[in-house]
Every structure is written in structure tokens, then in C-alpha cells.
Design a protein around this ligand. Structure first.
Ligand code: AHR
Length: 503
């Protein structure tokens, strides 16, 4: 948690880091990914059979190697909007017998050459855990869970064995639909219809496999959909709607994408997600209070299973949504990740949307990969910002112009220096400072550094518009050392990570 005091622009900013004040554990699942049958994410992204860069399964080895650098705990699949009409059965069994189908979400053709077994194999090869989003539009849930996790002598568990996999996959995370509130969804629902169906599905799925984690489909976290679905579905385990001693809903999903052509609005927009998390957390509490959920029942956490910088007008979904990210976008991603670290008490998972090619920090060509500007904050966070969120306080000036979204200005400050801090189990303190100011460096007092050798990693570039997509690496990480004394200057439009041993 980072607190903030606004001071005059003329005064020297201060960042105080309190390594001894551990606030909440950071769930490693905040560094999760997302792969959708959309554009070149699967075909030509993670799966590219026949390419010399691919292995015997058709998996791109260079993509796997890059993703391993991020140590990704969970990857969501197969959508997104794609899952609304997807039938998992189309994507299992002999490949030459799998049907090609019209794909309605992104208006293409799905060949089904990559499906459940391929994805689960890819997860094993990458070393990550799968998270499936259930099709809430054409009802295929029970059979899919049975196929993946069934251990008995039953139809779909036997189908899995016949397809070459004896042991259950034990897929733990299952989403009860995706954005079912959206007009772009097949079987778009009212909140009333969704809540009624979700709770019955949850009951059936937990009867089938009590070990799974079920994720309710929320909206932005700050909407009447979120309020209604939470209050209808977060129930005591022994409520009349439930049949077991177990809670039916474990997590609440929210989605948000941010973007603006104005740099400072773009960089500060993820603070809207912070307010949304705070509001969703309160709605979870409200549901627990209204429904008399006993204190010993685990409190649902937030599954922020789609987040990123994305302007769907400039990177159109049906055209593959390939963004060319700027330095400004990299700073926005830095603030997105600061938000998840600061809000670690409530965030049980966060999935960047998406992991390859589609609105992604990692791009493929037939010849190799490109790490976009946004790769570097993600790389730094996933490498070092683990363990515990610790207390920090920032005193600095703030941007006070219009924001994106507009409502952000009314409910939150947008400081020039956006900060989160952690301490790892190894005793190293880590601080990330994003200076969103386009013109000003800030000489800053950094309190709480009890070391005379501080490792510093800086992500910046000539100006906020530079990208890595034109054959040049304009944005990367530059490493240096600071002696921990005096003032430290955070350069304009930069992300700085400082880390030191507290022992
Ligand atoms: O990630 C791209 C799309 O954005 C997903 O398919 C959908 O869930 C969201 O609207």
C-alpha cells in the first residue's frame, strides 16, 4: 500500500519506504497470462507447426523461452470472447477429424487444430498452470471438466484416455463465462439471468469436482452488474442454494483496458483499475455482510483476468488487435503493475491480455520474436516484485488535468511519481517509481534505504512515442548502481526500479 500527500510543484518530493511494514502477501498469480483463439495469438504465435523455430509439438520454442523469463504462474484459455460459441469437443481427438467452424467473436474460421490437449501440453512444456474460461453461451461445461479432471470410468474421462492422456490434468481454475454482460457475446445476459444460471452451474461443477476454483463473471468491478452478481452468488456454504459444505464462488473476475493518445492520460489511466479493485473489494464485503457469510468461510478474491493498454479502434479485434506499444504504454503497464502490487490484499490473479501477438508485449514473425516496450516493466516486476507489499509514502506534485476515463479525476489523485514497494523472502526491498511527467526530472529524497549499494534498473527512451516495433530496440532496461545517499533524480517519462538488501 502506498499513501500520498500532495505538495507544491516547487518542493522536493519524498518517497519513504518502510521495509519492516509488511502489508499483504503478493499472490504470484498476478503475473498470469492469457492466450485466446484470436488473431495470431495461438496460430502463428504459440503454435506454428512446420516453422523451424517450433518443436515436435508445433510450439514456438523462442516464444516459450521468452515466456519462461516471466515465470508465468497461470495462463487463461481459450478466450475471451472466443469462448462464447466454442465447443471444446471440436478441439480434441484426431486432428484430421476435427471440424472447421465459423468463428463468431472475431469473424474468422476456427480450424480446431489446437485444442484442449495441445493447450494443456503447452502449459506443461512452459511450466505453468491452465485456467479455462467456460463457454456460457452454448453449455458445454460439465463434459469439459470431466474430460480434464475425471478419474472414473465415465464417458468424457474415457475419451481423454482414448486421446492419449491417462492421468487427469487437474485443471484448477474455471471461469463461469466471459463478459456475459457484453452486447458482443452470444447469449448476452441480464445480470439477473446470469446470476441465476451461474449459481446453478457452480453447484453442478463443484459436485462434479470439489477441488476446482470457480470464477464469477464480473464487469469492471465498479458497476451494478458487479454489485448484483456478487450479492446473489457470494453465499454461505450451507445456504439453501448450495449442496455442500463448500463455498460455490471463489473469485470475482473483472476486466479493463486503458488507452489515450495523450501521454499523461494514457499513463495514469490504470489508476481507474485501482479504484475499481477497491470498489469491487467493498462489494465483496457487502455481499458477505448482506448474506451473513460466516467469517470462517474464505473471502473471494479478485481475478483481474484481462488487463492491458488497448485502444480497440487503433488495433481492431477482428484484424488481430496487434498493438505497437510506445514508451508511454510501457509506463502505463508499469502503473498497472504498481496497482496490482499495492492492492495485493485483494487481487488473487491478474492476466495480462494477451501473452503473444494480440495486444501483447511479445510479438512473433516467421523469423523470431520482438520484445515490445511493455515487455520491460512486465519483466522487471515478474522478476523482482514478489513476496510482500510493504508500506510506502509519497509526497510530490500531481497532474490535475483531465483523465481517461473522465471519472478518474473525480475519485483519485494522479501523482507525478507512482510508487509501489515490496520485500522478497530473500530480504531484498524493491521499489518501483514511475515518473509520468513528460518534461520534468524529479530530484527526490528516498527515505528508508539502509544500504550503500542500491541496484537501479531504468526503463525510458528519447520521448514517450518511441516503440521497439521498427527494427530498433528503443526501449529496454539500463542497469546502474546508486550509493543510497542524497537525492535521487527520477528522469522524466521513466520507470525506475531500486532494490537493496535489508540484511
Ligand atoms: O482480449 C481481447 C478481448 O477483450 C477478449 O476476447 C474479451 O474478453 C475482451 O473484450
Amino acid at each position: 500500500m502506498t499513501t500520498f500527500t500532495r505538495i507544491s510543484e516547487a518542493d522536493t518530493p519524498t518517497i519513504s519506504v518502510h521495509a519492516e511494514r509488511k502489508i499483504s502477501k503478493i499472490n504470484p498469480n498476478i503475473y498470469s497470462g492469457f492466450t485466446e483463439h484470436m488473431g495470431r495469438c495461438i496460430y502463428g504465435g504459440i503454435y506454428d507447426p512446420g516453422n523451424p523455430l517450433s518443436d515436435e509439438h508445433g510450439f514456438r520454442k523462442d516464444v516459450l523461452e521468452a515466456l519462461r523469463e516471466l515465470n508465468i504462474p497461470v495462463v487463461r484459455y481459450p478466450g475471451g470472447n472466443f469462448c462464447a460459441t466454442y465447443h471444446w469437443l471440436d478441439g480434441v481427438g484426431p486432428k484430421d477429424q476435427r471440424p472447421s467452424r465459423p468463428e463468431l467473436a472475431w469473424q474468422g474460421v476456427e480450424t480446431n487444430q489446437f485444442g484442449t490437449d495441445e493447450f494443456l501440453k503447452w502449459c506443461e512444456v512452459l511450466g505453468t498452470e491452465p485456467y479455462f474460461a467456460l463457454n456460457f453461451g452454448t453449455d458445454t461445461a460439465m463434459g469439459w471438466v470431466e474430460y480434464c479432471n475425471g478419474t472414473g470410468n465415465t464417458y468424457y474421462a474415457n475419451m481423454r484416455r482414448k486421446n492419449g492422456r491417462q492421468e487427469p490434468y487437474n485443471v484448477k481454475y474455471w471461469a463461469l463465462g466471459n463478459e456475459t454482460w457484453g452486447p458482443w457475446q452470444v447469449e448476452q445476459m441480464t445480470k439477473e439471468a446470469y446470476a441465476a444460471k451461474a449459481i446453478q452451474w457452480a453447484k453442478a461443477l463443484k459436485l462434479l469436482d470439489p477441488s476446482i476454483v470457480l470464477i464469477l463473471c464480473g464487469e469492471t468491478g465498479a458497476s451494478s452488474w458487479d454489485y448484483y452478481t456478487l450479492t446473489r452468488c457470494i453465499l454461505p456454504a450451507n445456504s439453501p442454494l448450495s449442496t455442500s459444505a463448500q463455498a460455490l464462488i471463489d473469485m470475482h473476475s473483472i476486466h479493463m483496458y486503458t488507452a489515450s493518445t495523450c501521454h499523461v492520460k494514457n499513463a495514469t489511466a490504470p489508476l481507474a483499475a485501482e479504484r475499481a479493485i477497491e470498489l469491487a473489494s467493498s462489494l465483496i464485503d457487502l455481499a458477505m455482510i448482506e448474506n451473513n457469510v460466516p467469517p470462517e468461510q474464505a473471502r473471494p478474491t479478485i481475478c483481474f483476468d484481462e488487463w492491458n493498454v488497448w485502444d480497440p479502434m487503433r488495433a481492431v479485434g477482428s484484424e488481430g488487435a496487434e498493438e505497437s506499444y510506445t514508451l508511454s504504454d510501457a509506463l502505463a503497464v508499469g502503473i498497472w503493475l504498481n496497482v496490482f502490487v499495492r492492492q495485493s490484499k485483494d487481487v488473487g490473479m491478474a492476466c495480462i491480455a494477451q501473452s503473444v501477438n494480440v495486444i501483447s508485449p511479445l510479438m512473433t514473425t516467421k523469423e523470431g520474436i520482438v520484445k515490445q516496450t511493455t515487455w520491460w516493466p512486465l519483466w522487471l516486476f515478474s522478476r523482482y516484485m514478489r513476496g510482500w507489499t510493504i508500506g510506502a509514502h509519497v509526497s510530490c506534485g500531481a497532474y490535475d488535468g483531465a483523465t481517461e476515463p473522465k471519472w478518474l479525476r473525480a475519485v483519485k489523485d494522479t501523482p507525478w511519481l507512482d510508487v509501489s514497494a515490496t520485500i522478497g523472502d530473500d530480504g531484498w526491498a524493491n521499489v518501483i517509481v514511475v515518473n509520468v511527467h513528460e518534461q520534468r526530472d524529479f530530484e527526490t529524497k528516498v527515505e528508508g534505504v539502509n544500504a550503500d549499494e542500491v541496484q537501479v534498473f531504468t526503463v525510458t527512451g528519447e520521448d514517450v512515442t518511441v516503440t521497439n516495433m521498427k527494427g530498433e530496440n528503443k526501449v529496454g532496461v539500463v542497469q546502474s548502481v546508486w550509493n543510497g545517499k542524497g537525492l535521487y533524480t527520477f528522469p522524466k517519462h521513466s520507470l525506475t526500479m531500486m532494490r537493496w538488501s535489508t540484511q
